[in-house]
Design a protein around this ligand. Structure first.
Ligand code: PBG
Length: 323
């Protein structure tokens, strides 16, 4: 392609041309909004490091979910902060746990919104790790049993889809088998397949009150340096029955999103995590970046990389601009 025969600027001359040749279109259909549910009523607890985001009690989450649904966003992903934490995170799989109660209420009061649940233990354990701790590490196979219990109790309470985020080996298969056996063969699994041990989860741990009390998550979440291993993780989750595979975080891992999409052709979700949100919010609040513009650029980049679904704290703001 040689100048002056090819002049790329011809098709950039005005917005009509640009619209005609635009390759990637961000849509409200792509978005899932994360919500943090706390005990009590009338509670709206702003998360300091995530301006615009708050922990909500179930009654307030009902209002929020109506707004989200009315903006045309297809679904929410729910994170629970329990009344009490213990060593095995028992409120995570109690039929009366915070998420189970939220699911029953939201199903009844906000029809027409997909309710996805995060299946993990870090918010529910007193040590803040994502499973049962033996010695100084999380015991993989013991954790599988309680993950299965948690996923089943979510399904019984009305979850439309479960999303295991713990990174234990074999969890997708264990959950799939249990869902099928217990009468939930129609409930899909969105697996946090390539979840990296990331510093970008910092603000989430404040929001979900889930900071590990000792050590870190590097013995179960992935090393940020590894791309081939991410593909093996995804391959394994698909073989075990994952319906949607997730890459998390999103922006520092766009290459992984692209490789996963190209290699497997499965629906790919990307989690635009709390730290990505906080960085932009901080810059925008300081007047250093144009918040709306950069938000749409970020979300479009995640989609261009190959994501079909974007979990993002920007979902409501983006939906307003996209409508
Ligand atoms: C684990 C979980 C985490 C996030 C989603 N699920 C935190 C972690 O692994 O420490 C992070 C999401 C975000 O940062 O927005 N239950």
């Amino acid at each position: 392609m040689r100048f002056p025969l090819y002049r790329p600027r011809r098709l950039r001359r005005n917005e009509h041309f640009r619209r005609l040749v635009r390759e990637t279109r961000l849509s409200v259909d792509d978005l899932i909004m994360p919500l943090f549910i706390v005990p009590g009523s009338g509670v709206v607890n702003p998360v300091r490091s995530m301006p615009g985001i708050a922990q909500l009690s179930i009654d307030r989450a009902v209002e929020e979910c109506k707004e989200i649904r009315d903006l045309g966003i297809p679904g929410v992903i729910l994170f629970g902060i329990p009344e009490r934490k213990d060593a095995v995170g028992s409120e995570a799989y109690s039929d009366d746990g915070i998420i189970q109660r939220a699911l029953r209420t939201l199903k009844e009061q906000v029809p027409g919104l997909l309710l996805v649940t995060d299946v993990c233990f870090c918010e529910y354990t007193d040590h803040g790790h994502c499973g049962i701790v033996k010695g100084h590490d999380v015991d993989n196979d013991a954790t599988l049993d309680i993950l299965v219990k948690e996923a089943l109790s979510h399904a019984r309470a009305g979850a439309d889809m479960v999303a295991p985020s713990d990174m234990m080996d074999g969890r997708v298969g264990a959950i799939r088998q249990a869902l099928d056996r217990e009468g939930f063969p129609h409930v899909p699994i969105m697996a946090y397949a390539a979840k990296f041990a990331s510093g970008f989860y910092g603000p989430f741990r404040e929001a979900a009150e889930s900071t590990p009390q000792f050590g870190d998550r590097r013995s179960y979440q992935m090393d940020p340096a590894n791309g081939d291993e991410a593909l093996r993780e995804v391959e394994m989750d698909i073989a075990e029955g994952a319906d949607i595979v997730m890459v998390k975080p999103a922006l520092p891992y766009l290459d992984i999103i692209r490789r996963v999409k190209e290699r497997f052709g499965y629906p790919v979700a990307a989690y635009n995590v709390s730290g990505e949100y906080a960085m932009l919010k901080a810059a925008a609040l300081n007047g250093w970046l144009d918040g709306e513009r950069v938000m749409l650029e970020m979300l479009t980049s995640i989609k261009r990389a190959g994501a079909d679904i974007i979990l993002t704290y920007f979902a409501k703001e983006a939906a307003r601009l996209l409508r």
